[in-house]
Write a protein that binds this ligand. Structure first.
Ligand code: AMP
Length: 195
């Protein structure tokens, strides 16, 4: 099994790259943002609660996130592994992911960090807001999501660094989806060759 976390700030290209990775390496693309938005769209009480966090640019509390994830993850079969997009976003989630994978007799194999400067994240999300229809793509919420990324999510990198599975990829200005994907692929292919 090949389990990969794609890491980066909001608007760093995680979703785009994850979709390409999932297709090329036959992995399940698990986006926690999409999972949560599906629950919101269902109109359930739980969905309303989730919306109240997303809408303000806050993270959904860990326990709630993990409950929703565990409902999904038990049914994930049939592919060669999972690309985790938007998860883990806190140290507690990183610990939980280790436990989840351990129970499946698996482990996290790679963490790929798309590094993008804040100004570019902001620009991209403002551009995306014109068509995304996402209630959390407003200028104030975008700023808050970037702040929370730095305060709460970026420290998750330290949790993994000593394991030798961390790779940083420049996702900034000059790179295109294709050139970034080429670099992403090179790390995955190199990992597959060495094991
Ligand atoms: P994303 O689509 O990954 O940008 O996520 C959109 C929003 O969903 C985030 O701003 C959070 O409010 C929520 N969210 C997504 N993934 C997580 C997570 N792993 N933990 C907590 N909240 C999350």
């Amino acid at each position: 099994m090949l389990n990969i976390v794609i890491f980066g700030g909001p608007g760093s290209g995680k979703g785009t790259q994850s979709a390409l990775i999932a297709e090329k390496y036959n992995l399940i693309h698990l986006s926690t943002g999409d999972l949560l938005r599906d629950e919101v769209a269902s109109g359930s009480e739980l969905g309303k609660l989730i919306h109240s966090f997303i809408d303000k640019g806050n993270l959904v509390p860990d326990q709630l996130m993990l409950d929703i994830l565990s409902r999904t993850i038990d049914n994930l079969n049939g592919k060669k592994g999972v690309i985790f997009d938007g998860f883990p976003r806190t140290i507690a989630q990183a610990e939980a992911l280790d436990e989840i994978l351990e129970k499946r007799n698996e482990k996290l194999n790679l963490l790929l960090h798309l590094k993008v400067a804040d100004e570019i994240l902001q620009e991209r999300m403002l551009f995306r807001s014109k068509t995304s229809g996402r209630s959390d793509d407003t200028p104030e919420t975008i700023k808050k999501r970037i702040d929370i990324y730095h305060q709460v999510t970026a420290p998750v990198i330290n949790y993994y660094r000593h394991r030798g599975l961390y790779h940083a990829i420049k996702g900034n200005g000059s790179g295109t989806v294709e050139t970034i994907f080429a670099e992403v692929s090179s790390y995955i292919s190199a990992y597959q060759q060495k094991r």
